[in-house]
Design a protein around this ligand. Structure first.
Ligand code: AMP
Length: 521
């Protein structure tokens, strides 16, 4: 099925349902579908054929979902680009994906005009407002078109979304997500993340639509639920809470750092967030101490997901039921896990030679399902390496317990090898964050003349509180093996994060490894 049909069908059956709310603007499903159809017709008129790619560079807004669905319906690949990237990176993604058209919001007009000459394969650039040559006006493209569009007849393995990886390592790669993959992701949302989801539900998009929140727009649209999109360009806890109360929001996706911002905000007690049924978090580790605080403040709505661009949003989940504040010791231990494989997903742990490891042994997480990408766009070598032996090799390390719960350790590249001992930063981070004055922490390996690498914690503190390096190291000694204690601690105001809330360990490491070629960063 063409994934765009999620919208076609919802608009037919629930034309009057609220599809999009954005500031004072609201669109019903009938209106939203007509705008998407007009855009799909407009793209055809500009010469875009089935199988072509279209880049989308926008801050969150309804037009971003219009553009994505117009591409789906037209049988084109959509490439939603992370708006926080540098214009050089916009150019890299647009050129690498061979996009024929780019659709941008007006904030990017100047940046795109500046790099226009480098975008050799792009025939047209459409902007949301203030169009001036060489840009086309979005509303102008829509206005000359008819309301109907016949959804392209696609094969299940045709590319629907080129999901450029968030680039915490090296150049971003374009994971080719097919109509089959996106449908599998959508169906799984209904099965595991939000059972009982339907047309009365309301989703809030507070995270970038180019990533997780955009993925979750698909199941929302498939059930004619409302999509409330925040106008803010960054995560503003009070506005999020106010919107949850105003729209009686039932589900949203948030990175762990966003949940922490919500929980730490004094506004959390001023607004009614009891309508939230599923607060889906993931994309980066959530430390247990932070999770417990979130459960105390937000109630029984948290669901964890573990996935990646290459298996969109969907490898394992820690269900509602697994989020227990007062469980038995096994249940409490599972709060530190990423849960069990999704209903329609296989997952196992393998050693270096791809042999399956027994429970308790740490290895690489591999997965196989209808959700696994077709490959990396124009990168057969990386595809062959990642999709070895029929399984997606995630690059994440972890182990499963006897009941099948996955405990994620770290990306293999984040592993610290100190004096021949493997040290997983997450274990140390879980301890340090328990210290009452620590707000955030990242543990990395830094060069050490004797041990190869030594353990450093980079810490930001709760405002107006202090702790010394020696005190924090002592605190660790009381909780973990001596060889795992950080040898040094640096205090910073803020840890560097990407747009999706992931701590940029590569950026942190660079400072210490400059000129030391041995470390891969
Ligand atoms: P991306 O492709 O940008 O979505 O990044 C995916 C990566 O984020 C995964 O390979 C993991 O390293 C990390 N990740 C995703 N979900 C979780 C989670 N629940 N806990 C810890 N790390 C996660």
């Amino acid at each position: 099925m063409n994934i765009g049909k999620l919208l076609t069908k919802s608009a037919r059956t629930f034309p009057k349902n609220l599809a999009m709310a954005y500031g004072s603007r609201e669109l019903t499903y009938a209106e939203f579908n007509v705008r998407v159809n007009r855009l799909a017709n407009g793209l055809r008129r500009l010469g875009v054929q089935q199988g072509d790619n279209v880049a989308v560079l926008m801050y969150n807004c309804p037009e971003m979902l219009e553009a994505m669905f117009a591409c789906f319906k037209a049988g084109c690949g959509t490439i939603p680009i992370n708006f926080r990237l540098h214009p050089r990176e916009f150019a890299f993604i647009i050129n690498h994906s061979e996009a024929r058209v780019a659709i941008i919001s007006s904030e990017f007009n100047e940046a795109i005009i500046d790099i226009r000459n480098d975008l050799k394969q792009v025939s047209h650039i459409i902007t949301l407002s203030e169009a001036r040559s060489p840009l086309l006006d979005y509303e102008g493209v829509l206005s000359g078109e008819v309301d109907q569009f016949e959804d392209a007849d696609v094969a299940p393995d045709d590319v629907a979304w080129l999901f450029y990886t968030s680039g915490t390592t090296g150049q971003p790669k374009g994971a080719m997500l097919t109509h089959r993959n996106l449908l599998g992701m959508t169906m799984n949302f209904y099965a595991d993340m939000c059972p009982g989801f339907g047309p009365n539900d309301v989703a809030l998009h507070a995270a970038p639509l180019s990533h997780g929140s955009g993925c979750y727009a698909l199941p929302n649209i498939g059930k004619a639920a409302a999509n409330v999109i925040l106008e803010a360009k960054s995560f503003a806890p009070e506005q999020v809470l106010k919107t949850i109360e105003a729209y009686r929001v039932t589900n949203m996706f948030a990175a762990p750092t966003m949940i922490k911002l919500l929980v730490d905000s004094p506004a959390i007690d001023r607004y009614d967030h009891s309508s939230l049924k599923a607060l889906n978090y993931g994309g980066a580790p959530m430390l247990v101490d932070d999770l417990i605080q979130a459960m105390e403040k937000l109630g029984p709505c948290l669901v964890q997901l573990y996935g990646q661009a290459e298996s969109p949003m969907t490898i394992t989940y820690l269900s509602h039921d697994d989020h227990r504040l007062h469980g038995d010791p096994d249940q409490m231990k599972r709060l530190g896990s990423a849960g069990i494989p999704r209903t329609n997903v296989e997952m196992k742990i393998v050693g270096a030679d791809d042999n399956e490891l027994p429970p308790g042994e740490i290895g690489e997480i591999v997965t196989r399902s209808d959700l696994v990408m077709k490959g990396y766009w124009r990168d057969p070598e990386a595809t062959a390496e990642t999709l070895r032996n029929g399984w997606l090799h995630t690059g994440d390390m972890g182990y499963i317990d006897e009941s099948g719960y996955l405990f994620l350790m770290d990306r293999s590249k984040d592993l610290i090898i100190s004096g021949g001992e493997n040290v997983y930063p997450r274990e140390i981070e879980e301890v340090i964050v328990q210290h009452p004055v620590v707000r955030e922490v990242a543990v990395i390996g830094v060069p050490d003349p004797v041990w190869g690498e030594s353990i450093k914690a980079v810490v930001s503190l709760v405002p107006e509180r202090t702790v010394t390096e020696a005190e924090l190291i002592d605190f660790c000694t009381n909780h973990i093996a001596r060889y795992k204690r950080p040898k040094s601690i640096d205090f910073v105001e803020e840890l560097p994060k990407n747009n999706y809330g992931k701590i940029l360990k590569r950026e942190l490491r660079t400072k210490y490894w400059e000129g030391k070629a041995s470390q891969v960063i």
